[in-house]
Structures are given as C-alpha cells and as structure tokens.
Design a binder for this molecule. Structure first.
Ligand code: PRP
Length: 212
C-alpha cells in the first residue's frame, strides 16, 4: 500500500494543536481544517490533469484543469470536519457520505448511513477520516466503495497506526493513504496512542451514536 506521511512543518504544527488536550473545539476544528488542506494538496499531486488554451489579457497561455475530479467521501461524524477544506481545494468535486460508529465493546464499525453513487468504476475517491485506529471503519467504508467498482481510493487522515496499515495492506483494497503521522499503536481501549483522543467528540461534543 502506498503510504505518504506529510512531514511538512506547517502540517506538523496543526497536528500538534490537534493532539494538545488544552485545544478547545473551535481551535480543534480550525486546526483540522488547515491540516486537511495540506493533506489534500499532497494527495492531489498525482491527479490527472489536462491542458487547454486560456486567454490572458495579453496572450494565450497553457491552462490546466483536473481531468477527473474525485468523489469526496467524509466518514461521519469525524470526517465532516475535513469536508469543507477538501471541497474548497477541489471545487469541481462532488460528495458522498458514509456514517459509521465504532462499537465501544467490540470495536467493530456499526454502519448507520450510506449515500454514494451506484457506479464508481471510473471515478477516483477521496475518503476523509481524521483517525484510522484499528482500520476497521476505513476497511468497511472502502469495501462499500469497492462494491461499486471503485479502483482508485485515497484516504486522508490526521493520524494512523502500524496495526491499521497492516490490516489495510492485508485487505487487498486499492488504497493510498496520506497522513500526518503513524503513531506508536493502540491502547487497550483501541484508541490511538499517543493520538489525539476522539476526533468526533473533540469537534462536536460527546454525542456519538450509541447502539444497544
Ligand atoms: C472514530 C474515527 C474513525 C474510527 C476509527 O470514529 O473517526 O471513524 O473511530 O476507528 P477504527 O479504525 O478502529 O475503526 P467513531 O466511531 O468514534 O465515530 P465518530 O466519528 O462519530 O466520533
């Protein structure tokens, strides 16, 4: 699997703000927005582009446009905080949604929402989720995309773990991962350590979906 860790110091300062337990919700959302811009910029480096003539006030120049803008898929809830920044950078894109909540006891993803085009065989997809911990939620989301024919998936996350990377490599999914950090691993509650806590709760308050 193609994994890119964005080491740029400006990306790392935003990741530091996300990690800091003193960062309040407003500043957490701002740091996630800014970090996402940098992750999306790096991810878009390999996007196919076409050229066309553009008329400046002086002469004709070579213009550039994306040949095939991606579908952007934030994983609810936490991925919503990465959606605006990605769409701002890729305004020609459209957006789908997947809602997942990790069961607190089994740590398995529980799907509660899905809004995706039927056919993704010709479209690249950018999946957004700040945290890829065990990789279970991301694998579930990417299998939904794969079932619609998607063969080009790029995941943007603030941080991930060696465990998730192993799992995703073994999944055989056609994935690329762009992240600001591969952290040490998982604790007994399957939280990323040192991590940043729960990105959904830190953005929106502690109202994650609960299941019986
Ligand atoms: C978090 C996170 C990922 C998932 C990661 O979401 O945003 O979606 O957990 O865990 P995994 O890699 O072990 O599956 P959560 O389920 O807490 O829901 P939320 O986005 O509503 O907070």
């Amino acid at each position: 699997m193609d994994v890119l860790v964005v080491q740029h110091p400006l990306a790392q300062t935003r990741l530091t703000a996300l990690r800091d337990s003193r960062t309040d919700s407003a500043n957490f959302r701002a740091a996630l927005h800014e970090l996402t811009t940098m992750l999306a910029y790096e991810a878009a480096r390999t996007f196919e582009a076409a050229t066309f003539p553009v008329h400046t006030p002086v002469a004709v120049a070579k213009g550039t446009r994306l040949s095939n803008p991606p579908l952007i898929v934030p994983v609810l809830r936490a991925g919503l905080g990465m959606a605006d920044a990605t769409l701002a950078l890729l305004p020609e894109s459209s957006m789908g949604f997947v809602g997942l909540a990790r069961d607190e006891k089994t740590f398995e993803p529980r799907p509660y929402m899905e809004s995706l085009p039927d056919d993704l065989s010709t479209r690249p997809v950018l999946v957004l989720d700040p945290m890829v911990a065990t990789g279970g939620s991301l694998e579930h989301c990417c299998r939904l995309l794969s079932a619609r024919g998607c063969v080009d998936m790029t995941v943007l996350c603030a941080l991930t773990t060696p465990e998730a990377i192993r799992r995703l490599e073994q999944s055989g999914l056609p994935l690329k991962l762009v992240t600001a950090s591969i952290d040490d691993g998982l604790n007994e509650s399957m939280f990323i350590t040192p991590g940043l806590g729960d990105a959904g709760d830190r953005q929106f308050g502690a109202y994650a979906p609960h299941f019986e």
